[in-house]
Design a protein around this ligand. Structure first.
Ligand code: F6P
Length: 322
């Protein structure tokens, strides 16, 4: 293998840079040339690429975002776009491709792999942690730490004013950010897409909750069936007019910031192993870390969202937030 390419696609995630750095330096160690396509699959179509050398990835391990930039490419879903991408891979004599991203990225990789023999290996990069085959995706740890830092601050003011705060976090299809940050911030309840009738359960819970609790934090995943924090706040206010309710939507701050140490180490391990996997002739697999061991999950399996969250975590959340 003489030359590979790397790209980051979908929503960016803290730790992607650490992963790119590991891909580049591992490849160069093995005397493999590396180019980076910018803006994900869109850059592959537009032939927007850069040569990556040791210096190109210096001083990026601590930076959020992605130096290669990212996008959600609609053109890559068309015959024309795909063909253009294939032409560019051939033009640059690419013998292996590393894609860093989430389920959309891997769905794109599956489509691409049906049209070419160039092996593709993936690294899980999404703050949502909604991929099968890894304990933590790149970005998740930093995002949940950002959330608890924000919620701790909200708790200070909530406590001073005896208020209820409905905090909306990211997670279009998955409640994993809400679950872990809910436990970590001592939230009173979480509302997530994986469980049903959460708003009704919340109302029941609030009517039974300890009278001497002055503040309450409710975490809602954006993809919850309730429709989001404003809708939940409306229902809570209607049921409990005496409560002073406020809404806080954390939004895209969850996607930025300097990656945590765990993130940097995991992302480095994944990037390093992605190149080793290409050298070992593996293809169409996502590199993950499960119980501290490197694992390889076929793209088709990786993109199946975890439907049922760990019930122990959910039960613990309920007991501890009494
Ligand atoms: O990266 C995943 C994610 O953060 C989802 O949780 C969220 O719904 C989505 O991206 C928003 O992405 P964008 O603003 O880029 O469309």
């Amino acid at each position: 293998m003489k030359k590979i390419a790397v790209l980051t696609s979908g929503g960016d995630a803290p730790g992607m840079n650490a992963c790119i750095r590991a891909v580049v330096r591992t490849a160069l160690y093995h005397h493999i040339e590396v180019i980076g396509f910018k803006h994900g699959y869109e850059g592959l179509i537009n032939d927007e690429c850069v040569q990556l050398v040791h210096q190109s990835v210096a001083n990026i391990i601590q930076r959020g975002g992605t130096i290669l930039k990212a996008s959600r490419s609609l053109r890559f879903k068309t015959e024309e776009g795909m063909q253009q991408a294939l032409n560019n891979l051939q033009k640059h004599h690419i013998e292996g491709l590393v894609v860093i991203g989430g389920d959309g990225t891997f769905a794109g990789a599956i489509a691409l792999s049906k049209k070419t023999n160039i092996p593709i290996v993936g690294c899980p990069g999404t703050i949502d942690n909604d991929l099968v085959g890894t304990d933590f995706t790149i970005g998740y740890d930093t995002a949940i730490n950002t959330v608890i830092e924000a919620v701790d601050k909200i708790r200070d003011t909530a406590e001073s004013h005896d208020r209820v705060f409905i905090v909306e976090v990211m997670g279009r299809d998955a409640g994993l950010i809400a679950l872990r940050s809910g436990i970590g911030s001592g939230a009173e309840a979480i509302l997530i897409p994986e469980t049903k009738n959460d708003t009704q359960k919340l109302i029941e819970r609030l009517s039974k909750s300890r009278k001497n609790k002055s503040s309450k934090i409710i975490i809602v995943a954006e993809g919850d069936e309730s429709g989001g924090a404003y809708q939940v706040a409306e229902k809570v206010k209607k049921q409990f007019p005496q409560l002073d309710v406020r809404v806080s939507i954390l939004g895209h701050i969850q996607r930025g910031g300097s990656p945590t140490c765990m993130e940097r180490v995991n992302a480095s391990l994944m990037g390093y192993n992605a190149v080793q996997a290409l050298i070992a002739k593996k293809q169409s697999v996502m590199i993950g870390i499960v119980n501290k061991q490197v694992s390889y999950t076929p793209f088709e399996k990786a993109i199946k969202h975890i439907e049922d969250l760990n019930p122990d975590m959910l039960q613990m959340m309920e007991i501890l937030s009494m």
